[in-house]
Design a protein around this ligand. Structure first.
Ligand code: SF4
Length: 368
C-alpha cells in the first residue's frame, strides 16, 4: 500500500464497509501464513459505539471475518481503557466479549500486560509488550474531538498501548510530545478509522455526529491530518502531528494525499437522530435528504465556529444553511453546503466538503 494513499468507504453498515475496504486494500498480501494480527480499537471507557466514544464492534467483526476467511486465525483484540475505567467492563459493554467468544479470538486487557521500555529522543518510554509481539498491528481509532488535543484519531489512540502510570505521565508532559514519541516507536501497519459517528466535543462520547465513513491508510500522520480537516481543524492546531512528522512517522502535507473513494455512490441520505450539542447546532441548518458524510462535516464546522464566536451572524439574520440532495436544482437566495446545492446563490461545492472547507467558506460568506 502506498503511504500517501487514503482510502474512504461510505455506508451505514460498518461490517460491510470494512469488508469492502479490506477487499480493496488486500492487507493479507503482506503477511506470511500463520501471521499474528493485533487489533487495537478505541475502548476508552465502557460506552457503546453509538455514543461516539468507542470503535464499532461490527468493524472489528468484519476484520476478523475477512482474515479468518483468508486462513489467518491468530487474531488478538488488545486495548487498555483510560485511567479510572476497567477495560474488561468496556469489552463487555461495547460488545467485544461476545464478539471474541463468537469468533474464537483472544481479548487482551493491556492493563494486565507485561511492559517493556523503549528509548526515545526524550528518554525512556514504558509500553505494553503485546503490540510489539504481533506480526501485523491494525489501529482502529474513532474519529472524534478531544477536549485537550482537539483531535483524537490514529496517533492518540495508541495511548491505549501504555500502562496507566505512563498515561498519567503523558498528561503531566502535556500529551503532544509523548504522543509523537509513542507513534515513533510503535509498529502500526495499517490504520482503519471509525468515522461513523464520532463525538463532536469530547472523547468520552455523548454528542455523536453522523459522518458515515471509514478511512484507511498506512501513514497515521497523513491520516490524522486529513481527519483534522474533516473536523474543521488545521494541522497547526494539533502540535503532535508536526512533532510526529519530524520524528519520521509520516507527513502532514495533505497535497501528497491520494484519496480514493471506493464507493462514492454509497453516500446515502439518512434520517438523523441528533442529541445534545449536535441537536443545538442543527437549529442553524435546513436539511433535506443530506448524506451523513455531508451533514456531519457541517455540524463539526458549526461547532468550531461556535467556539470562535462566529455564529452570531447566523443567529442575528436567522440564516439557515441548506444541505442535502433535496436541494438539487433549487435556485435562489440562500447559503448551501455541498454540490447538491450548487444552484443556490452561495454554495460550497464538494461531495462531501470537509468541515475545514465549510468553516472557511462560511466565514467568507458571513463577512460579506
Ligand atoms: S453534496 Fe449531496 S450527494 Fe454529496 S455528500 Fe452532500 S448531500 Fe450527499
Amino acid at each position: 500500500m502506498d503511504k500517501n494513499q487514503i482510502t474512504v468507504v461510505y455506508g451505514e453498515n460498518p461490517r460491510e464497509m470494512v469488508e469492502t475496504l479490506l477487499a480493496e486494500l488486500k492487507p493479507e498480501a503482506a503477511l506470511r501464513p500463520g501471521a499474528t494480527i493485533g487489533l487495537k480499537p478505541n475502548l476508552v471507557l465502557d460506552k457503546p459505539a453509538a455514543s461516539g466514544a468507542t470503535t464499532h464492534p461490527e468493524i472489528v467483526e468484519g476484520i476478523i471475518r475477512y482474515f479468518q476467511a483468508k486462513g489467518f486465525t491468530n487474531l488478538v483484540i488488545m486495548e487498555s481503557s483510560w485511567v479510572g475505567a476497567r477495560t474488561e467492563e468496556a469489552f463487555r459493554v461495547c460488545g467485544y466479549g461476545e464478539l471474541a467468544a463468537r469468533y474464537g479470538v483472544k481479548l487482551l486487557d493491556l492493563k494486565k500486560d507485561r511492559t517493556i521500555t523503549k528509548e526515545t529522543e526524550e528518554g525512556l518510554l514504558t509500553v505494553c509488550a503485546a503490540p510489539f509481539g504481533v506480526d501485523y498491528l491494525i489501529n482502529l481509532p474513532v474519529l472524534k474531538a478531544h477536549c485537550q488535543t482537539l483531535l483524537t484519531c490514529a496517533l492518540k489512540n495508541l495511548k491505549g498501548c501504555i500502562p496507566d502510570h505512563e498515561k498519567r505521565r503523558f498528561h503531566r508532559l502535556g500529551l503532544h510530545r509523548p504522543i509523537a514519541q509513542l507513534a515513533a516507536v510503535l509498529p502500526v501497519h495499517l490504520t482503519i478509522v471509525d468515522a461513523i459517528c464520532g463525538d463532536l466535543t469530547f472523547e468520552e462520547g455523548g454528542n455523536p455526529v453522523p459522518m458515515g465513513r471509514l478511512l484507511a491508510g498506512t501513514d497515521p500522520v497523513l491520516l490524522d491530518s486529513y481527519a483534522a480537516a474533516l473536523l474543521g481543524l488545521t494541522v497547526a492546531e494539533i502540535p503532535y502531528l508536526e512533532l510526529a512528522a519530524k520524528l519520521g512517522v509520516g507527513t502532514t502535507d495533505l497535497t501528497r494525499a491520494v484519496v480514493t473513494e471506493v464507493n462514492p455512490e454509497a453516500k446515502q441520505a439518512g434520517r438523523f437522530h441528533l442529541t445534545g450539542r449536535a441537536k443545538q447546532l442543527a437549529r442553524y441548518v435546513e436539511e433535506r435528504d443530506a448524506c451523513s458524510a455531508c451533514y456531519g462535516s457541517l455540524l463539526h464546522a458549526l461547532h468550531r465556529m461556535a467556539e470562535e464566536g462566529e455564529l452570531e451572524a447566523l443567529r442575528q439574520h436567522n440564516i439557515k444553511i441548506k444541505i442535502g440532495q433535496g436541494f438539487r436544482g433549487v435556485k435562489g437566495e440562500g447559503v448551501g453546503i455541498g454540490t447538491c446545492t450548487r444552484a443556490m446563490d452561495e454554495a460550497l461545492l464538494g461531495c462531501p466538503p470537509t468541515a475545514w472547507a465549510i468553516r472557511t467558506f462560511l466565514r467568507r460568506v458571513l463577512a460579506d
